[in-house]
Design a protein around this ligand. Structure first.
Ligand code: NI
Length: 169
């Protein structure tokens, strides 16, 4: 089932999400819905708060559905190691139309649980490292614009407010 993506301005996006404790059918269904919603929105990552569920669950597919083996489910993920730097354009399905260069580590190792509750570690480079950081930020109630200068962030805020007033957000 495809869920609408929650947009910037909704409190759920700026609230730290609750840990996943039940690794059951319902969680598997939620992850499946998140993949469907992410592909429908042409994203490479989606966190549960973006469909209104304040849960520490994220899905990532940096191949946008081209390679089924690239589908990643991260429950209760945390970054255990990062190194290097990369500065690339970043966007977010919850801030459609806005992009900005964000500094992120080049390599990131995460520790997370799969849908059976088993812990695993995974190292990502480049776009995958960026996706790990971006999605884990979401689970902590942080959006990419919080990594920008105050000036750039305020500019985006003002433009969103204008769109909200016109009913276009
Ligand atoms: Ni995002």
């Amino acid at each position: 089932m495809i869920h609408p993506i929650v947009k910037y301005g909704d409190k759920v996006l700026e609230t730290p999400a609750q840990p996943v404790t039940q690794f059951d059918e319902e969680l598997a269904k939620l992850a499946e819905d998140m993949f469907e919603s992410m592909y429908a929105a042409h994203g490479v990552g989606l966190a549960a708060p973006q469909i209104g569920r304040s849960l520490r669950l994220a899905v990532i597919d940096v191949t946008s559905g081209m390679n089924p083996e690239a589908r990643l489910v991260l429950a209760n993920p945390e970054i255990i190691h990062s190194e290097g730097e990369q500065r690339e354009e970043e966007g977010c399905l919850s801030l459609p139309g806005f992009h900005a260069a964000v500094l992120r580590p080049k390599f990131v190792t995460v520790r997370a649980q799969n849908l059976r509750g088993e812990w695993f570690e995974m190292r990502g480079e480049g776009l995958l490292a960026r996706a790990f950081c971006h999605e884990i930020d979401h689970l902590n109630g942080v959006l990419f614009i919080q990594h920008l200068s105050l000036l750039k962030r305020d500019l985006i805020r003002r433009r969103v407010r204008k769109l909200q007033k016109r009913g276009e957000w």
